[in-house]
Design a protein around this ligand. Structure first.
Ligand code: ZN
Length: 337
């Protein structure tokens, strides 16, 4: 499939810059699209690649009909190379030297006739190990004619300075909540759900989609329900909730605890009149202000943070942890009196 500039939501500034360079035919041979994950860097690289490869671009837009554009639409362009980190076993994915060497072999051959130029998209350039990066460096120094490198990365610190110095850096910022909500509603989500996910996404559409796939809003709902019911719970309820939470997986629990803590933080924001992180639940939090004295909320934040820490760092038994937590939470009521 061919990605067009118009399909990219937000990122007006990096797109304007790239199209300007394409229009004036002064695109450098290596660019680094740098910014947080899930904000449109990959789509932008795809649109740039389509324009670079097109035989008859007009106003820095691919024509859509030349042999190169047709090859892209068919999903098989012989002069477009994609490098990605490879996952082996449980370790984090790594872009290895073998992949870079393979690319260098490909580039040493003559290009296919379908386009004059060639484009290499390296998504996850910050996951290159040092050997791969040093190997790529040689190609970045002497790229050969009509090869454009589009490197994509989110962690600047994980890139070799020598690699960065050979690229023109194009910075990408987080997306606005409105842009993310727009992306989500285009994918068929209801407007209120999209707005809630956008508020939790930290400006990353990718993160918003992951939250959606993981059922994060249901988990947040559950955390809010417990927070709202805790003052009314008797011991039987407290036990039952502890047992239920203890049966969740460690990842689900970590997320539940995070949402519980976020709700507490927003409750504190309501006391002090600060802006809420999750504006969409202001109506659900407001009645809780009179249920929880501020000192109790601080105690609950401390308890929740400690549970998160133990869950993440010490491989604590999550079942035992969560059977105890609601009881400790109930006890904070007595301490606050
Ligand atoms: Zn074309």
């Amino acid at each position: 499939m061919m990605t067009s500039w118009e399909a990219i939501i937000g990122q007006a500034e990096p797109i304007r810059r790239l199209r300007q360079m394409l229009r004036e035919d002064r695109l450098p041979h290596a660019l680094l699209l740098l910014g947080p994950a899930g904000v449109g860097k990959r789509l932008t690289a795809e649109a740039a690649a389509a324009t670079i490869l097109c035989a008859r671009p007009a106003d820095a837009m691919p024509c859509g009909s030349c042999p190169s554009c047709q090859a892209l639409q068919a999903g098989a362009h012989p002069n477009l190379y994609r490098l990605e980190p490879e996952k082996r076993g449980k370790a984090a994915p790594v872009l290895r030297i073998e992949a870079v060497r393979e690319l260098q072999t490909d580039l040493s051959r003559a290009p296919a006739a379908v386009s004059a130029g060639r484009v290499v998209v390296i998504d996850g350039a910050d996951r290159m190990n040092e050997a791969a990066a040093n190997c790529l460096l040689k190609t970045l120094e002497e790229p050969g004619r009509q090869v454009v490198f589009l490197l994509i990365a989110s962690a600047r610190a994980a890139l070799l300075d020598t690699v960065v110095s050979r690229c023109l850096v194009v910075p990408f910022g987080p997306l606005s909540e409105a842009d993310i909500a727009h992306i989500l509603t285009e994918r068929g989500l209801a407007a209120d759900e999209a707005a809630s996910l956008a508020a939790l996404s930290g400006g990353s559409a990718g993160r918003a989609l992951t939250l959606h796939e993981d059922g994060a809003l249901e988990r947040r709902d559950d955390a809010l329900r417990i927070l709202a019911s805790l003052p009314k719970f008797d011991m039987e309820h407290v036990w039952a909730e502890g047992k239920r939470l203890g049966a969740l997986s460690a990842e689900e629990l970590a997320e539940w605890l995070r949402f519980f803590r976020l709700a507490l933080r927003d409750l504190l924001a309501l006391y002090s009149g600060c802006a809420l992180r999750q504006r969409d639940i202001a109506g659900r939090l407001a009645p809780l202000v009179k249920e929880y004295p501020e000192s109790r909320v601080f105690s609950l934040v401390a308890l929740t943070s400690e549970a998160e820490r133990r869950l993440l760092t010490s491989n604590a038994n999550s079942r035992l942890l969560m059977e105890a937590l609601p009881i400790q939470m109930t006890e904070t009521a007595e301490d606050a009196q």
